[in-house]
Write a protein that binds this ligand. Structure first.
Ligand SMILES: [Cu+2]
Length: 488
Protein backbone atom coordinates (compact mmCIF):
# COMPACT_ATOMS: atom_id res chain seq x y z
CA UNK A 1 0.00 0.00 0.00
CA UNK A 2 2.76 2.46 1.01
CA UNK A 3 4.76 1.59 -2.13
CA UNK A 4 1.86 2.80 -4.29
CA UNK A 5 2.17 6.29 -2.79
CA UNK A 6 5.90 6.37 -3.36
CA UNK A 7 5.53 5.40 -7.05
CA UNK A 8 2.81 8.04 -7.53
CA UNK A 9 4.98 10.71 -5.89
CA UNK A 10 7.93 9.80 -8.14
CA UNK A 11 5.75 9.99 -11.28
CA UNK A 12 4.23 13.37 -10.24
CA UNK A 13 7.69 14.74 -9.45
CA UNK A 14 8.97 13.56 -12.83
CA UNK A 15 6.06 15.22 -14.66
CA UNK A 16 6.65 18.49 -12.76
CA UNK A 17 10.35 18.23 -13.57
CA UNK A 18 9.68 17.81 -17.29
CA UNK A 19 7.25 20.78 -17.27
CA UNK A 20 9.80 22.97 -15.48
CA UNK A 21 12.51 21.91 -17.90
CA UNK A 22 10.31 22.69 -20.92
CA UNK A 23 9.23 26.12 -19.66
CA UNK A 24 12.84 26.89 -18.89
CA UNK A 25 13.91 25.96 -22.44
CA UNK A 26 11.08 28.06 -23.92
CA UNK A 27 11.88 31.11 -21.80
CA UNK A 28 15.56 30.70 -22.62
CA UNK A 29 14.68 30.73 -26.31
CA UNK A 30 12.57 33.83 -25.83
CA UNK A 31 15.27 35.69 -24.00
CA UNK A 32 17.87 34.88 -26.66
CA UNK A 33 15.62 36.51 -29.27
CA UNK A 34 16.50 39.86 -27.74
CA UNK A 35 20.26 39.93 -27.72
CA UNK A 36 20.32 43.00 -25.49
CA UNK A 37 18.66 40.79 -22.86
CA UNK A 38 16.60 43.71 -21.60
CA UNK A 39 13.08 44.69 -20.72
CA UNK A 40 11.05 45.45 -23.82
CA UNK A 41 9.33 48.82 -23.70
CA UNK A 42 5.60 48.56 -23.88
CA UNK A 43 4.42 52.13 -23.46
CA UNK A 44 4.89 55.00 -25.88
CA UNK A 45 6.64 58.02 -24.38
CA UNK A 46 3.97 60.43 -23.08
CA UNK A 47 4.46 63.83 -24.73
CA UNK A 48 3.17 66.66 -22.52
CA UNK A 49 0.71 68.87 -24.43
CA UNK A 50 1.52 72.51 -25.15
CA UNK A 51 -0.64 74.69 -22.91
CA UNK A 52 -3.20 76.81 -24.72
CA UNK A 53 -2.66 80.57 -24.64
CA UNK A 54 -6.06 82.05 -23.66
CA UNK A 55 -5.19 85.55 -24.89
CA UNK A 56 -5.67 86.24 -28.63
CA UNK A 57 -3.24 89.20 -28.46
CA UNK A 58 0.02 87.91 -30.03
CA UNK A 59 2.14 90.05 -27.67
CA UNK A 60 0.47 88.78 -24.52
CA UNK A 61 -0.14 85.27 -23.28
CA UNK A 62 -2.48 84.02 -20.57
CA UNK A 63 -2.07 80.54 -19.16
CA UNK A 64 -4.33 78.64 -16.78
CA UNK A 65 -2.83 75.98 -14.54
CA UNK A 66 -4.45 73.90 -11.81
CA UNK A 67 -2.38 71.86 -9.37
CA UNK A 68 -4.49 68.79 -8.68
CA UNK A 69 -4.58 65.22 -7.43
CA UNK A 70 -4.61 62.43 -9.99
CA UNK A 71 -4.18 58.73 -10.64
CA UNK A 72 -1.56 57.42 -13.05
CA UNK A 73 -1.01 53.88 -14.33
CA UNK A 74 2.75 53.71 -13.88
CA UNK A 75 2.92 49.97 -13.20
CA UNK A 76 0.86 47.88 -15.66
CA UNK A 77 -2.75 47.68 -14.55
CA UNK A 78 -2.11 49.46 -11.22
CA UNK A 79 -2.99 53.06 -10.50
CA UNK A 80 -0.74 55.22 -8.35
CA UNK A 81 -1.84 58.38 -6.55
CA UNK A 82 0.01 61.22 -8.24
CA UNK A 83 -0.09 65.01 -8.53
CA UNK A 84 -0.20 67.01 -11.74
CA UNK A 85 -0.91 70.37 -13.34
CA UNK A 86 -4.11 70.21 -15.45
CA UNK A 87 -3.74 66.42 -15.46
CA UNK A 88 -2.77 63.35 -13.48
CA UNK A 89 1.01 63.70 -13.46
CA UNK A 90 3.53 66.40 -14.48
CA UNK A 91 2.22 69.42 -16.40
CA UNK A 92 1.75 70.84 -19.89
CA UNK A 93 4.57 72.67 -21.68
CA UNK A 94 4.28 76.44 -21.42
CA UNK A 95 5.76 77.96 -24.57
CA UNK A 96 6.42 81.70 -24.79
CA UNK A 97 8.51 84.16 -26.81
CA UNK A 98 11.13 86.65 -25.73
CA UNK A 99 9.48 90.05 -25.27
CA UNK A 100 6.06 88.54 -24.61
CA UNK A 101 3.91 89.63 -21.66
CA UNK A 102 2.72 86.62 -19.69
CA UNK A 103 -0.13 86.31 -17.21
CA UNK A 104 -0.76 83.07 -15.33
CA UNK A 105 -3.76 81.97 -13.30
CA UNK A 106 -2.59 79.16 -11.06
CA UNK A 107 -5.27 77.43 -9.01
CA UNK A 108 -4.41 75.20 -6.09
CA UNK A 109 -6.81 72.24 -5.99
CA UNK A 110 -4.54 70.23 -3.70
CA UNK A 111 -5.23 69.53 -0.01
CA UNK A 112 -2.06 71.40 0.97
CA UNK A 113 -0.55 74.83 0.30
CA UNK A 114 1.77 75.03 -2.69
CA UNK A 115 3.66 77.60 -4.75
CA UNK A 116 4.57 77.80 -8.43
CA UNK A 117 8.23 78.63 -9.01
CA UNK A 118 9.58 79.51 -12.48
CA UNK A 119 12.98 77.84 -12.38
CA UNK A 120 15.45 79.82 -14.48
CA UNK A 121 13.19 82.76 -15.26
CA UNK A 122 14.45 86.31 -14.78
CA UNK A 123 11.54 88.02 -13.00
CA UNK A 124 10.92 90.15 -9.91
CA UNK A 125 10.82 88.35 -6.57
CA UNK A 126 7.05 88.64 -6.21
CA UNK A 127 6.56 86.71 -9.48
CA UNK A 128 9.28 84.12 -8.82
CA UNK A 129 6.97 81.77 -6.92
CA UNK A 130 9.32 81.08 -4.04
CA UNK A 131 8.27 80.09 -0.50
CA UNK A 132 6.80 83.56 0.21
CA UNK A 133 4.18 83.07 -2.54
CA UNK A 134 2.19 80.29 -0.86
CA UNK A 135 -1.18 79.47 -2.44
CA UNK A 136 -3.72 78.06 0.00
CA UNK A 137 -6.00 75.17 -1.09
CA UNK A 138 -8.79 76.59 -3.25
CA UNK A 139 -6.93 79.86 -3.90
CA UNK A 140 -5.54 81.20 -7.17
CA UNK A 141 -2.19 82.98 -7.68
CA UNK A 142 -1.88 85.41 -10.60
CA UNK A 143 1.70 86.40 -11.44
CA UNK A 144 2.44 88.64 -14.45
CA UNK A 145 5.81 89.18 -16.07
CA UNK A 146 7.58 89.91 -19.34
CA UNK A 147 9.98 87.45 -20.92
CA UNK A 148 13.36 89.22 -20.95
CA UNK A 149 15.79 86.44 -21.78
CA UNK A 150 16.84 84.31 -24.76
CA UNK A 151 15.42 81.01 -26.00
CA UNK A 152 15.78 78.30 -23.36
CA UNK A 153 14.24 75.22 -21.78
CA UNK A 154 13.26 76.23 -18.24
CA UNK A 155 10.83 74.49 -15.91
CA UNK A 156 8.24 75.13 -13.23
CA UNK A 157 7.64 73.32 -9.95
CA UNK A 158 6.37 73.92 -6.38
CA UNK A 159 8.63 75.64 -3.85
CA UNK A 160 6.67 75.51 -0.60
CA UNK A 161 8.79 75.47 2.57
CA UNK A 162 9.52 71.88 3.61
CA UNK A 163 7.17 70.32 1.05
CA UNK A 164 8.98 70.98 -2.22
CA UNK A 165 10.52 67.50 -2.27
CA UNK A 166 7.18 65.76 -1.63
CA UNK A 167 5.20 67.76 -4.19
CA UNK A 168 7.77 67.48 -6.98
CA UNK A 169 8.29 63.77 -6.23
CA UNK A 170 4.54 63.09 -6.37
CA UNK A 171 4.32 64.62 -9.83
CA UNK A 172 4.33 68.42 -9.88
CA UNK A 173 6.74 69.65 -12.58
CA UNK A 174 6.49 70.98 -16.11
CA UNK A 175 8.62 72.56 -18.83
CA UNK A 176 8.68 76.26 -19.69
CA UNK A 177 10.10 76.85 -23.17
CA UNK A 178 11.19 80.25 -24.46
CA UNK A 179 11.66 80.85 -28.21
CA UNK A 180 13.27 83.86 -29.86
CA UNK A 181 14.73 85.05 -33.18
CA UNK A 182 17.83 82.91 -32.67
CA UNK A 183 15.88 79.70 -32.09
CA UNK A 184 13.67 80.60 -35.08
CA UNK A 185 16.62 81.15 -37.39
CA UNK A 186 18.75 78.12 -36.48
CA UNK A 187 18.49 75.17 -38.86
CA UNK A 188 17.82 72.63 -36.10
CA UNK A 189 14.81 70.36 -35.43
CA UNK A 190 12.03 72.45 -33.88
CA UNK A 191 8.79 70.60 -34.56
CA UNK A 192 7.48 69.75 -31.10
CA UNK A 193 6.65 66.07 -30.70
CA UNK A 194 7.96 65.26 -34.21
CA UNK A 195 11.70 65.89 -34.07
CA UNK A 196 11.90 68.06 -30.94
CA UNK A 197 11.06 66.06 -27.80
CA UNK A 198 10.95 66.93 -24.09
CA UNK A 199 12.39 64.28 -21.70
CA UNK A 200 11.74 64.75 -17.98
CA UNK A 201 13.80 62.11 -16.18
CA UNK A 202 12.94 61.16 -12.60
CA UNK A 203 13.54 58.28 -10.22
CA UNK A 204 10.97 57.12 -7.68
CA UNK A 205 10.24 54.24 -5.32
CA UNK A 206 7.03 52.48 -6.29
CA UNK A 207 5.94 49.36 -4.44
CA UNK A 208 4.06 46.46 -6.05
CA UNK A 209 0.72 48.04 -5.14
CA UNK A 210 1.65 51.19 -6.98
CA UNK A 211 2.26 53.24 -3.84
CA UNK A 212 4.72 56.05 -4.59
CA UNK A 213 3.97 58.27 -1.62
CA UNK A 214 6.90 60.38 -0.53
CA UNK A 215 8.28 58.64 2.54
CA UNK A 216 11.96 59.52 2.90
CA UNK A 217 14.14 57.78 5.47
CA UNK A 218 16.98 59.43 7.36
CA UNK A 219 19.48 58.31 4.73
CA UNK A 220 17.33 59.88 1.96
CA UNK A 221 17.27 63.18 3.86
CA UNK A 222 21.04 63.11 4.39
CA UNK A 223 22.05 61.96 0.89
CA UNK A 224 19.05 62.91 -1.29
CA UNK A 225 16.39 60.39 -2.27
CA UNK A 226 17.34 57.79 -4.87
CA UNK A 227 14.49 55.78 -6.41
CA UNK A 228 14.63 52.29 -7.86
CA UNK A 229 12.21 53.03 -10.72
CA UNK A 230 13.14 55.39 -13.53
CA UNK A 231 10.48 57.43 -15.28
CA UNK A 232 10.63 59.49 -18.45
CA UNK A 233 7.71 61.92 -18.76
CA UNK A 234 5.94 59.88 -16.08
CA UNK A 235 6.34 56.43 -17.71
CA UNK A 236 8.73 53.59 -16.90
CA UNK A 237 11.01 52.56 -19.77
CA UNK A 238 8.81 54.01 -22.56
CA UNK A 239 9.63 53.90 -26.27
CA UNK A 240 9.78 56.76 -28.72
CA UNK A 241 9.70 56.48 -32.50
CA UNK A 242 12.22 58.92 -33.91
CA UNK A 243 12.70 59.96 -37.55
CA UNK A 244 15.72 58.55 -39.38
CA UNK A 245 17.52 61.87 -39.15
CA UNK A 246 18.42 64.59 -36.68
CA UNK A 247 16.46 64.75 -33.44
CA UNK A 248 16.52 67.36 -30.67
CA UNK A 249 16.01 66.19 -27.11
CA UNK A 250 15.28 68.66 -24.30
CA UNK A 251 16.44 66.92 -21.13
CA UNK A 252 15.41 67.90 -17.62
CA UNK A 253 16.74 66.08 -14.59
CA UNK A 254 13.55 66.39 -12.54
CA UNK A 255 14.76 63.99 -9.85
CA UNK A 256 14.92 64.80 -6.16
CA UNK A 257 18.47 63.66 -5.52
CA UNK A 258 20.04 61.68 -8.34
CA UNK A 259 22.73 62.88 -10.73
CA UNK A 260 22.69 61.09 -14.11
CA UNK A 261 25.24 60.27 -16.76
CA UNK A 262 23.23 60.04 -19.96
CA UNK A 263 24.58 57.92 -22.81
CA UNK A 264 23.20 56.10 -25.84
CA UNK A 265 23.43 52.30 -25.69
CA UNK A 266 25.24 52.13 -29.07
CA UNK A 267 27.90 54.53 -27.80
CA UNK A 268 26.87 57.06 -30.42
CA UNK A 269 28.04 60.62 -30.00
CA UNK A 270 25.64 63.53 -29.65
CA UNK A 271 25.91 67.29 -29.39
CA UNK A 272 24.83 69.52 -26.53
CA UNK A 273 23.44 72.75 -27.94
CA UNK A 274 21.89 74.37 -24.87
CA UNK A 275 22.42 74.58 -21.12
CA UNK A 276 19.99 75.63 -18.36
CA UNK A 277 19.48 79.16 -19.67
CA UNK A 278 19.82 78.89 -23.45
CA UNK A 279 22.00 78.02 -26.41
CA UNK A 280 25.72 77.45 -26.08
CA UNK A 281 27.80 79.47 -28.54
CA UNK A 282 28.87 76.26 -30.28
CA UNK A 283 27.62 72.66 -30.09
CA UNK A 284 29.69 70.44 -27.80
CA UNK A 285 30.35 66.88 -29.00
CA UNK A 286 30.04 64.19 -26.32
CA UNK A 287 29.15 60.56 -25.63
CA UNK A 288 28.19 61.08 -21.98
CA UNK A 289 26.34 63.96 -20.35
CA UNK A 290 26.31 64.53 -16.60
CA UNK A 291 23.21 66.25 -15.22
CA UNK A 292 22.51 66.98 -11.56
CA UNK A 293 18.98 67.68 -10.22
CA UNK A 294 17.23 70.64 -11.92
CA UNK A 295 19.79 71.00 -14.72
CA UNK A 296 18.58 71.09 -18.32
CA UNK A 297 20.36 70.31 -21.56
CA UNK A 298 19.27 70.29 -25.18
CA UNK A 299 21.07 67.75 -27.34
CA UNK A 300 21.06 66.89 -31.05
CA UNK A 301 21.25 63.20 -31.96
CA UNK A 302 21.71 62.11 -35.58
CA UNK A 303 19.86 58.85 -36.35
CA UNK A 304 20.45 59.02 -40.14
CA UNK A 305 23.13 56.28 -40.03
CA UNK A 306 20.77 53.85 -38.30
CA UNK A 307 18.35 51.56 -40.15
CA UNK A 308 14.58 51.84 -39.83
CA UNK A 309 13.45 49.54 -37.02
CA UNK A 310 16.74 49.79 -35.19
CA UNK A 311 16.40 50.27 -31.44
CA UNK A 312 18.81 52.03 -29.15
CA UNK A 313 18.45 53.03 -25.56
CA UNK A 314 18.96 56.13 -23.52
CA UNK A 315 20.86 54.92 -20.48
CA UNK A 316 22.23 56.24 -17.21
CA UNK A 317 25.72 54.83 -17.15
CA UNK A 318 26.04 55.26 -13.39
CA UNK A 319 29.03 56.68 -11.62
CA UNK A 320 30.64 57.42 -8.32
CA UNK A 321 27.67 59.68 -7.64
CA UNK A 322 25.17 56.88 -8.02
CA UNK A 323 23.84 54.61 -5.35
CA UNK A 324 21.53 51.63 -4.98
CA UNK A 325 20.38 50.52 -8.41
CA UNK A 326 23.21 51.84 -10.52
CA UNK A 327 25.74 50.00 -8.37
CA UNK A 328 24.78 47.09 -10.60
CA UNK A 329 25.68 49.00 -13.74
CA UNK A 330 23.88 51.01 -16.36
CA UNK A 331 20.15 51.64 -16.14
CA UNK A 332 17.90 51.77 -19.20
CA UNK A 333 15.72 54.83 -19.17
CA UNK A 334 13.88 54.56 -22.48
CA UNK A 335 14.05 53.09 -25.96
CA UNK A 336 14.44 55.05 -29.20
CA UNK A 337 13.13 53.25 -32.28
CA UNK A 338 14.18 54.57 -35.67
CA UNK A 339 11.15 54.89 -37.95
CA UNK A 340 10.88 54.80 -41.76
CA UNK A 341 10.29 58.50 -41.76
CA UNK A 342 13.17 60.84 -42.29
CA UNK A 343 12.96 64.54 -41.79
CA UNK A 344 14.74 67.20 -43.78
CA UNK A 345 18.50 66.90 -43.62
CA UNK A 346 20.14 68.83 -40.82
CA UNK A 347 23.80 69.55 -40.18
CA UNK A 348 25.24 70.22 -36.75
CA UNK A 349 25.46 74.04 -36.77
CA UNK A 350 28.93 75.61 -36.45
CA UNK A 351 27.64 78.53 -34.41
CA UNK A 352 24.48 78.71 -32.32
CA UNK A 353 24.45 82.11 -30.67
CA UNK A 354 26.64 84.82 -29.24
CA UNK A 355 26.85 85.18 -25.47
CA UNK A 356 28.00 88.50 -24.01
CA UNK A 357 30.44 87.69 -21.23
CA UNK A 358 30.34 89.48 -17.91
CA UNK A 359 33.58 91.28 -17.17
CA UNK A 360 35.18 90.23 -13.86
CA UNK A 361 36.56 93.78 -13.57
CA UNK A 362 32.99 95.11 -13.57
CA UNK A 363 31.95 93.11 -10.51
CA UNK A 364 30.84 95.35 -7.63
CA UNK A 365 30.75 92.70 -4.94
CA UNK A 366 32.22 89.25 -4.26
CA UNK A 367 30.25 86.95 -1.96
CA UNK A 368 31.22 83.63 -0.38
CA UNK A 369 28.77 80.75 -0.23
CA UNK A 370 29.99 77.81 1.83
CA UNK A 371 27.98 74.60 1.50
CA UNK A 372 28.39 72.06 4.29
CA UNK A 373 26.67 69.00 5.64
CA UNK A 374 27.09 67.12 8.89
CA UNK A 375 24.55 64.33 9.22
CA UNK A 376 21.12 65.81 8.65
CA UNK A 377 22.34 69.37 9.33
CA UNK A 378 22.89 70.96 5.94
CA UNK A 379 23.98 74.56 5.88
CA UNK A 380 24.99 77.45 3.67
CA UNK A 381 27.41 79.81 5.45
CA UNK A 382 26.74 77.90 8.69
CA UNK A 383 23.04 78.75 8.61
CA UNK A 384 19.86 76.86 7.84
CA UNK A 385 16.92 78.53 6.12
CA UNK A 386 14.86 81.08 8.05
CA UNK A 387 11.96 82.69 6.18
CA UNK A 388 12.15 85.78 8.42
CA UNK A 389 15.87 86.41 7.78
CA UNK A 390 17.42 88.04 4.70
CA UNK A 391 20.91 86.60 4.39
CA UNK A 392 22.34 88.74 1.61
CA UNK A 393 21.46 92.24 0.40
CA UNK A 394 22.15 92.98 -3.25
CA UNK A 395 21.99 96.39 -4.94
CA UNK A 396 19.81 96.49 -8.06
CA UNK A 397 21.86 96.30 -11.28
CA UNK A 398 25.05 95.30 -9.48
CA UNK A 399 27.26 92.65 -11.04
CA UNK A 400 28.48 90.15 -8.46
CA UNK A 401 30.83 87.21 -8.23
CA UNK A 402 29.63 84.40 -5.98
CA UNK A 403 32.33 82.06 -4.75
CA UNK A 404 30.60 78.77 -4.00
CA UNK A 405 32.61 76.26 -1.97
CA UNK A 406 31.56 72.76 -1.03
CA UNK A 407 33.33 72.21 2.25
CA UNK A 408 34.52 68.70 3.02
CA UNK A 409 32.98 68.16 6.41
CA UNK A 410 31.63 65.80 8.95
CA UNK A 411 30.26 62.33 8.86
CA UNK A 412 29.37 62.29 5.17
CA UNK A 413 32.87 63.18 4.06
CA UNK A 414 31.28 65.63 1.67
CA UNK A 415 28.96 64.98 -1.28
CA UNK A 416 28.18 66.95 -4.42
CA UNK A 417 25.54 69.67 -4.08
CA UNK A 418 23.77 71.29 -7.08
CA UNK A 419 23.70 75.01 -6.20
CA UNK A 420 20.73 76.95 -7.65
CA UNK A 421 20.23 80.69 -7.73
CA UNK A 422 16.72 82.11 -8.30
CA UNK A 423 15.86 85.07 -10.50
CA UNK A 424 18.98 85.10 -12.67
CA UNK A 425 21.04 83.15 -15.16
CA UNK A 426 24.76 83.18 -14.38
CA UNK A 427 28.05 82.42 -16.10
CA UNK A 428 30.67 80.08 -14.65
CA UNK A 429 34.06 81.76 -14.31
CA UNK A 430 36.05 78.80 -13.07
CA UNK A 431 36.13 75.54 -11.14
CA UNK A 432 39.02 75.46 -8.67
CA UNK A 433 40.68 78.13 -10.81
CA UNK A 434 40.35 76.12 -14.03
CA UNK A 435 38.09 77.16 -16.91
CA UNK A 436 34.70 75.37 -16.87
CA UNK A 437 33.98 72.47 -19.24
CA UNK A 438 32.88 73.56 -22.72
CA UNK A 439 29.28 72.60 -21.97
CA UNK A 440 29.29 74.87 -18.91
CA UNK A 441 30.21 77.98 -20.86
CA UNK A 442 26.55 78.89 -21.51
CA UNK A 443 23.89 80.39 -19.25
CA UNK A 444 23.41 78.38 -16.06
CA UNK A 445 21.10 78.59 -13.05
CA UNK A 446 22.18 75.37 -11.33
CA UNK A 447 25.74 74.12 -10.94
CA UNK A 448 27.03 70.91 -9.34
CA UNK A 449 29.72 71.64 -6.76
CA UNK A 450 31.86 68.63 -5.87
CA UNK A 451 33.28 67.98 -2.38
CA UNK A 452 36.20 70.27 -1.71
CA UNK A 453 35.57 72.27 -4.86
CA UNK A 454 35.22 76.05 -5.26
CA UNK A 455 33.28 77.46 -8.21
CA UNK A 456 33.13 81.14 -9.12
CA UNK A 457 30.00 82.37 -10.89
CA UNK A 458 29.13 85.86 -12.10
CA UNK A 459 25.79 87.55 -12.80
CA UNK A 460 24.00 90.89 -12.85
CA UNK A 461 20.98 91.36 -10.58
CA UNK A 462 18.39 93.18 -12.68
CA UNK A 463 15.18 92.34 -10.80
CA UNK A 464 14.00 93.52 -7.40
CA UNK A 465 12.60 91.39 -4.64
CA UNK A 466 13.38 88.47 -2.37
CA UNK A 467 14.93 85.39 -3.97
CA UNK A 468 16.28 82.04 -2.83
CA UNK A 469 19.61 80.33 -3.32
CA UNK A 470 19.79 76.68 -2.34
CA UNK A 471 20.92 73.14 -2.91
CA UNK A 472 18.64 71.54 -5.50
CA UNK A 473 18.78 68.12 -3.88
CA UNK A 474 15.21 68.61 -2.74
CA UNK A 475 15.70 66.77 0.56
CA UNK A 476 18.58 69.16 1.34
CA UNK A 477 16.50 72.18 0.35
CA UNK A 478 13.65 71.06 2.62
CA UNK A 479 16.14 70.37 5.43
CA UNK A 480 17.14 74.04 5.28
CA UNK A 481 20.11 74.15 2.87
CA UNK A 482 18.76 77.43 1.53
CA UNK A 483 19.18 81.15 2.03
CA UNK A 484 17.54 84.38 0.90
CA UNK A 485 18.89 87.39 -0.92
CA UNK A 486 17.03 90.63 -1.45
CA UNK A 487 17.61 92.92 -4.41
CA UNK A 488 16.65 96.58 -3.92
CU1 LIG B 1 22.73 69.35 -1.31
Amino acid sequence: MKKWYIYAAIIVAAIIGVILLLTNVISDEESTKDDTNSVVSSKPLPIPPILEDKDPDPNRAEFHLTAQKGKTEILDGIESDTLGYNGNILGPVIRVREGEKVAVKMKNSLDDPTTLHWHGLRVDGENDGGPHSGIMPGDTWEPEFTIEQPAATLWYHPHMMQSTAKQVYEGLAGLFIIEDEVSDSLAIPKEYGVNDFPLIIQDKNIDKDGNMKYEPGMNDIMMGLYGSSFLVNGAINPFLEVPQGMVRLRLLNGSNGRTYHFELSNGQKFYQIATDGGFLEKPVEMTSLQMSPAERAEILVDFSELKPGERIKLIDSGSELSRTVTDEGAVELMELIVSEESTEVYEIPEQLTKIDRYDVEQANVTRDMVLAGVGATLTINDKTMDMTRIDEEVKLNDTEIWVVTNQRTGTQGGMPHPFHLHGVQFQVLDRDGNPPAENETGWKDTILVHPGETIRIITKFEHIGIFMYHCHILEHEDAGMMGQYEVK
